[in-house]
Design a protein around this ligand. Structure first.
Ligand SMILES: C[S@@+](CC[C@H](N)C(=O)[O-])C[C@H]1O[C@@H](n2cnc3c(N)ncnc32)[C@H](O)[C@@H]1O
Length: 234
């Protein structure tokens, strides 16, 4: 059955925010997966996690969805040893690249899932357990008929809020203005959050989010980047 037919069939319908690309692993990524997975890999089948056991300490936990190749996630983990980081990514070469970078940087406060973040959130992350949730440059799904695939939806915002501690923050960034507007609309409609923006829309990029090479180039070309930070208040 084609993907489109599967989406339209009531009992099979599951709209995902990604299309799995099989991409080959480089030798370095394969080696990093083999070497680091036993200590840094988390599996969806593990059920609800006990963060103190996973990290061996009770530092606050930051969760990042869709870390790509993991460059900025590893930088953040290295810069903040007083925090624990969990990254979720479906693209295996990205997971391999992230583990390679983490191992080169000697980072020990990072764990990763290779799985759909929506399922990990539902099945592995305890309620009210996260200090911060990060979603940087999610797939924008440009075409209107694909907007339903955007990961930021009311239902997602709601399931995520339950996993944030009160006072915890959901931090999003995008370079696609229409997606920024969509994020703002969804988050304004989602109960239990407070926008941290003084102007009730976007915030300046906070220090803890490293500027990517791609973003620096975009800025030189006059392209915008929008950061949104919403705090869980209820
Ligand atoms: C446009 S890329 C951005 C990557 C990275 N955050 C960056 O800024 O370079 C979006 C990433 O999100 C991942 N992704 C999309 N939906 C996901 C989901 N439901 N669970 C885990 N990863 C997801 C994709 O595989 C892709 O690597």
């Amino acid at each position: 059955m084609s993907e489109q037919n599967a989406e339209n069939t009531p009992y099979l319908r599951k709209i995902r925010s990604f299309v799995r690309r099989e991409g080959r692993l480089t030798k370095g990524q394969a080696q990093a997966l083999e070497k680091c997975w036993p200590t840094m890999g988390l599996e969806h089948g593990m059920g609800l996690l006990d963060f103190a056991k996973v990290f061996g300490n009770s530092n606050p936990v930051v969760l990042e969805i869709g870390f790509g190749m993991g460059k900025s996630l590893v930088e953040m983990a290295q810069a903040a040893p007083e925090l624990n980081f969990i990254g979720i990514e479906v693209h295996k070469p990205g997971v391999g690249a992230c583990l390679m970078a983490a191992s080169e940087a000697g980072v020990t406060n990072l764990r990763v899932f290779e799985h759909d973040a929506v399922e990990v959130l539902a099945d592995n992350i305890p309620a009210a357990s996260l200090a911060r949730m990060q979603l940087f440059f999610p797939d924008p799904w440009h075409k209107k008929r694909h907007h339903k695939r955007r990961i930021v939806q009311l239902e997602f915002a709601e399931s995520l809020r339950k996993k944030l501690a009160i006072g915890g923050v959901f931090h999003m960034a995008t370079d696609w203005e229409n997606y920024a507007e969509h994020m703002l609309e969804v988050m304004n409609a989602a109960p239990g959050y407070q926008n941290q923006s003084a102007s009730n829309d976007y915030v300046p990029r906070p220090e803890h989010r490293p500027k990517t090479k791609f973003e620096a180039r975009g800025e030189r070309l006059g392209h915008g980047v929008w950061d949104l930070m919403f705090e869980r208040v209820e």
